[in-house]
Structures are given as structure tokens and as C-alpha cells.
Design a protein around this ligand. Sequence first.
Ligand code: TXA
Ligand code: MG
Length: 323
Amino acid sequence: MTRTKNVHAAGARSLRAAAARLRRGEIVAFPTETVYGLGANALDEKAVAKIFSAKGRPADNPIIVHVSDQKMLRRLVRRVPDEAKALMRKFWTGTLTLILSKKSLVPSLVTAGLDTVAVRMPQGLARELVRLAGVPIAAPSANVSGRPSPTTAAHVAEDFPGVFVLDDGPTAHGLESTVVALEPHPVVLRQGALSEESLRKIIPRLRRSSSSRLHAAQSPGMRYVHYAPSRPLILFLRKSSLVAHAKANPGALVLCPSRLSPLFPKQRILPLGDTPEEIARALFAALRTQRRGTELLALAIPRRGIGRAVMDRLTRAATRIVP
Ligand code: TXA
Ligand code: MG
């Protein structure tokens, strides 16, 4: 891949440069194990305001704060319930975001006026960047609001040509973190890279977010249009209806499990892989595809494990769902 001038291969030098920019109040895009994030010093309102304006993000959609260690976490939150502790022990560093009650140090711009803050301790390079910056880093996914989350540095550069991007290749999971609130009752507010089944092994009473008003208010981000693909996407719940539609629309581009490719001999195909994990990794890039095709056709996968998050993203991205 040819790198544009603002895309920098991740290494000791570029990491230090990115950390210095964050400390100066600038925004920087960086890879996490889930998707690329667009970061700023979470304690600097002016810096955080730059994220909202760059993304065109509604002011009532709060941002996740990334920490590098427990000490940094304790500066931000009032208390850590026992169930949160148990989840952290098992899933941090990693793909779990927890909603905790915030201290006044966290600017209300970050939390969109809520008295809670979303926190996550990412793995590897992202954690190292937060550590080097020495401040908690507020970072939503590094896409213009409404577009699919970026899983490569090139996706970020597409949306934000002027922003400094650390490039560490495609992200490991390809889907955003799973967002869990503990109070008043443990609930998954956003399906993500960490499956509900894994969470429930630690917290059996964990509930799944319904579209109830309570949870809509608890996770404001879920209200908005999301993951808009490069052209209309039709989601098929059954293989037979996908095959029939594809036959009648030879100009469409089929996003499908690799093993089903032989069903579409005359069609342009974008194979996503076969396991739910492979499909998760390939999905957002596929939604951004610039390949020819009048429309995108996708097939539902079972809502189990990571398949639940894949289906959440596909249904949000779809212009139409065909039973
Ligand atoms: O994997 C990820 O989570 C990535 C990487 C960069 O960490 N970030 C990410 O951020 O996906 P974003 O802004 O695209 O999604 C954050 C979600 C939104 O649905 C938002 O409404 C919710 O988390 N959220 C943030 N703060 C919250 C809070 N205090 N209470 C409830 N939901 C919150
Ligand atoms: Mg996002």
C-alpha cells in the first residue's frame, strides 16, 4: 500500500510523535485490537471538541476513554463495582468497555452530560500510546459519523486526509468493543468483539440490551444511523432468497461466506471468509468497497458468539432486509 503523508508506520519513533501530539491537544488516529480510533486527551475539552467537529459527531453521543492502567482508571471513576472488577480481571486488556460512574475531572463533553463514563484498557500498541501520552485518551472509532468503522489506516485516511495516523495494519477483530453497563443491572449496551457468552461465564445474570427507552438513554450512540455502505446493501435472511435475487441482478456485488462462492458463478463476489471471526474482520472493509456493483448483497449468519455483533452491524447497515 502506498502511504499518504499523514500515515506513519507504527514504530517507537512514530509512537512517541503521536503521544507528543496528544499531549499538545491535537487529535491522532491509532489502531486498537478492535478498530482504529480517533484520539484526544480526554481531560482537555478543547482537544475533545476537535474529535466531535472532525467526525461530525452529534454532541449527545458520548466517547469511550482509553486508559493504560488501574491508576489512570481510578482518576476517572468514583467506584468500581465487584462485577466490574471481575470482568476487568478476565477481559482487560482487551475488547471490553465498561460504563462506570464518573468523577468531575472527566469533562462533560466526553460523556455528553451523562454522569457515567465509558472506559476501556486496550491491548498492545494502543495501550502503549496511552501510557506514553500519560493522559487518558478519548477515542471514538476513526470514521466520519455514519460511515463504517475503519479497520485499516487507509480507511482512516479516506475519511480524515489531514489527520496523523499510526498504521499497524488491519485490526485483529474488525468490530468495535462490547459495551457493558453494571448499574442498575448488568446489561450489554452494544454487541461487539467480546461475545455475550464469554461475558456470561463471569456474570450469569447479564442481560442483553433491548431497544427499550431506558437502554436507548443509557447508550446514546445506538440511536444513530451507522455503517452506511458505499452503495445500497440488501441483507438476506435465507440463502435461497439471496441466490434468487443475485440471479435476477447480475450487476450486484455479493458479499458472502467464501464457501458459498460457487453458488454465484456469473456474479462479482467479495468473499468474507467462513468463520464468524473471519467475517467480522472483513465486514467493514467490504461495506467500504469501491469495487463495481449496483448494490451489495449480504447473507445473515447465526446470532451466536461474535455472529450476534456481525448481525447487529449488518442490520444497521442494510437498506432493506429480505426474509
Ligand atoms: O472498539 C471500540 O470501542 C472503539 C475503539 C476505538 O476503542 N471505539 C468505538 O467508539 O467504537 P464509538 O464512539 O464509535 O462507540 C462508542 C459507543 C457508542 O455507542 C456510545 O454511545 C457508547 O459507546 N458510550 C460511550 N460513553 C457512554 C456512556 N457513558 N454511557 C453509555 N454509552 C456510552
Ligand atoms: Mg463509532
